[in-house]
Design a binder for this molecule. Structure first.
Ligand SMILES: [Zn+2]
Length: 494
C-alpha cells in the first residue's frame, strides 16, 4: 500500500538540470554548550538549525570562514555531511527526490484528475512578494454533514525544509486513495471534515533554493520597507508579534528577522486570510528538522487552557516515531509571532488546535537521494496526521444511542483512549446482571465478542485488548444488557 502510493508520488518526478553547488555553509553540531546558551547564540545572530535537549546538542548553520568563532562554545563539535545543507552535483533533478515547485503542482493537479470527486484542483489564494501563486487544495467527500469543519495542513513556510512538502503530498495521496479503497478512517475523515493543504507557503524562497545555495529560509523581500536578507515568515504573525527578542529578531540580517510589523509580508497575509476563511478546528504546521511536535504557548513558556489536551494528543501522535513534544520553551528554544500561536488563539477565528512539527530529516536536504528515507518520514508523519484528525473529529469518543430507555439506564461512557492503540477502556452503567460486548467494523462484520457475568447494578468498568489482527479503522462498540443496547464509535490506530 505504502509502496503503491509512494511510487505514484515519484512517477511524476521529472528530470531537470542539476543545481549549482556554490554556497559555503556547513551545519556544525555543538555538543554540550560552554558559557553560552541557545538564547545567547540566537542573540549573537547564529542561525540555529535544530536543538536536541535530551542529547545535549545544538546544530548551527554557519559559513565555513566563521567556523573558528564556534570553537570555544562547546565541549566538542562535528561538521555534518554536505548533503544536509545543499543539493549535491550528482543530483539530476532540482530537488533530488524531494518535490520541486513544478513537481509539487503537477502532483496535486494529477491527484485532482485521478480523484475528481474528492480532490480539488489547486486554487490560488494569493501572491507572494515576487508574484508567485500561493495555492491550496481541498480534499473532502460529498457525504456527511453539509457544514463540515476544516482541518489545515501547510508546509514550506521555511523554504529550506523540503521534506515537509513530501509529507503533505503523501497524506493527500493516502486520504484520496484510502477513501477510494473504502478505508474506514479515510472515509470518516473526509465524510466529517474538509482537509485543506497549502504545500508551498513561501514559493519565492523555494524557487530560489532550486537554483541558489539551497539555504534560503526566509522570504525574498530584501527591500521593503528596509533592506534585509528576507523576513522570517514564521515570526511575522500577529499574535504577540515582537513580544521580545528571544528567537525573534529585530535585526534584518538575522535568520529570525520578524519584519517591520506583524503581517507585513504578502505570504503571511495570504495565510492569515485563508485561515480566517476556512476557520479550522485544527492545524499542522510542518517544518524540518529535529523530530519534535510543538504546541502553544510559544511566545512565553506558559501553558494554554488546552495544555492537557495538547499534551495527550501529542503523546498519542508521537507514540510510534518517538518525537519529543512540548512547548517551544520546554524544548530548549524560543520564538514569538509564529504561526502556531496565532492559529491557536486570537480574536479573528475560533480556537484551533494548532501543532508545529519538525520532521526528523537528516539536516535540510539529507534525504535528497534516498526515497526509502523520504517514504519512512512521510509514513511517520501520516500517522500523526491521522491521529490529529481522529482526535479532532471524535474528541470525546462518545456517540451514545440507547435503544430501550423505558426499562433502565444502560449507557456506555468514557471510551478512551480514542484513537486506541492497545487497550480500549470504557464504562457501562447497568441495572444488574451481565453485559455482552461486541465489536463491529463499519461494514457490519463482527470483529470480537465477550460476555461479563455476575455484575452488580451501577457503573462497571470494562476493557478490550485490541487483537493484533485488527487493522486500523473506525469501529463500533456495542454493549448489551438485558433488553438494552448502547453503542459508541471509536478508532483503532496503531
Ligand atoms: Zn522551519
Amino acid at each position: 500500500m505504502k509502496k503503491c502510493y509512494m511510487q505514484f508520488l515519484f512517477l511524476i518526478l521529472s528530470v531537470t538540470v542539476a543545481s549549482e553547488a556554490r554556497a559555503s555553509e556547513v551545519i556544525v553540531r555543538l555538543f554540550d554548550l560552554r558559557d553560552c546558551s541557545v538564547e545567547s547564540l540566537l542573540a549573537e545572530g547564529y542561525d540555529i538549525a535544530s536543538v536536541n535537549r535530551s542529547r545535549n546538542y545544538v546544530d548551527v548553520v554557519i559559513d565555513e570562514s566563521y567556523l573558528s568563532t564556534l570553537e570555544k562554545k562547546a565541549t566538542s563539535f562535528r561538521i555534518m555531511p554536505e548533503s544536509w545543507v545543499r543539493l549535491l552535483p550528482e543530483n539530476t533533478d532540482d530537488a533530488g527526490y524531494y518535490l520541486d515547485p513544478a513537481e509539487t503542482l503537477a502532483f496535486w493537479t494529477s491527484l485532482a484528475t485521478t480523484y475528481p470527486d474528492l480532490v480539488q484542483s489547486p486554487v490560488t489564494q494569493g501572491k507572494s512578494f515576487q508574484n508567485r501563486d500561493i495555492y491550496s487544495i481541498r480534499i473532502t467527500s460529498s457525504s456527511g454533514p453539509s457544514d463540515k469543519p476544516a482541518i489545515f495542513f501547510n508546509s514550506l513556510i521555511h523554504s529550506r525544509e523540503p521534506i515537509t512538502n513530501s509529507v503533505l503530498a503523501d497524506f493527500g495521496m493516502w486520504l484520496a486513495s484510502g477513501y477510494d479503497n473504502n478505508d474506514t478512517m479515510a472515509k470518516h475523515i473526509l465524510d466529517n471534515s474538509e482537509i485543506y493543504l497549502m504545500p508551498i507557503v513561501n514559493p519565492d524562497g523555494y524557487a530560489d533554493n532550486m537554483t541558489g545555495g539551497n539555504m534560503q529560509r526566509k522570504n525574498m523581500n530584501f527591500t521593503t520597507p528596509v533592506t534585509s536578507s528576507g523576513i522570517d515568515l514564521n515570526r511575522n504573525f500577529g499574535y504577540k508579534w515582537g513580544h521580545n527578542t528571544s528567537g525573534s529578531s529585530p535585526d534584518p540580517s538575522d535568520e529570525t528577522y520578524r519584519g517591520s510589523a506583524a503581517f507585513s509580508e504578502k505570504e503571511t497575509q495570504v495565510l492569515r486570510a485563508f485561515t480566517n476563511t476556512i476557520d479550522p478546528i485544527g492545524s499542522m504546521h510542518y517544518h524540518s528538522y529535529g523530530g519534535m511536535v510543538i504546541y502553544s504557548w510559544n511566545y512565553e513558556n506558559l501553558p494554554t487552557p488546552h495544555q492537557s489536551t495538547f499534551q495527550s494528543w501529542a503523546s498519542a501522535m508521537t507514540a510510534q516515531n518517538g518525537y519529543t513534544y512540548g512547548r517551544v520553551g520546554e524544548l530548549g528554544m524560543s520564538s514569538n509571532g509564529d504561526a502556531c500561536d496565532w492559529s491557536y488563539e486570537n480574536s479573528e477565528h475560533q480556537t484551533c488546535m494548532a501543532f508545529g512539527v519538525e520532521v526528523d530529516d537528516s539536516g535540510f536536504w539529507g534525504s535528497q537521494n534516498d526515497t526509502t528515507k523520504i517514504a519512512e518520514l512521510c509514513a511517520e508523519c501520516r500517522f500523526m496526521n491521522k491521529m490529529l484528525c481522529m482526535n479532532l473529529l471524535n474528541p470525546t469518543g462518545i456517540e451514545i444511542t440507547i435503544e430501550d430507555v423505558s426499562t433502565g439506564i444502560l449507557s456506555v461512557t468514557g471510551v478512551s483512549p480514542n484513537p486506541v492503540m492497545n487497550i480500549l477502556n470504557f464504562s457501562a452503567g447497568i441495572s444488574s446482571g451481565s453485559v455482552e460486548v461486541t465489536i463491529f467494523d463499519l461494514s457490519g462484520r463482527q470483529v470480537d465478542q465477550f460476555k461479563v457475568d455476575n455484575l452488580e447494578s451501577g457503573e462497571c468498568r470494562l476493557n478490550w485488548a485490541v487483537p493484533a489482527s485488527v487493522p486500523n479503522g473506525v469501529y463500533m462498540l456495542i454493549v448489551e444488557s438485558g433488553s438494552q443496547t448502547a453503542s459508541s464509535r471509536f478508532t483503532v490506530l496503531k
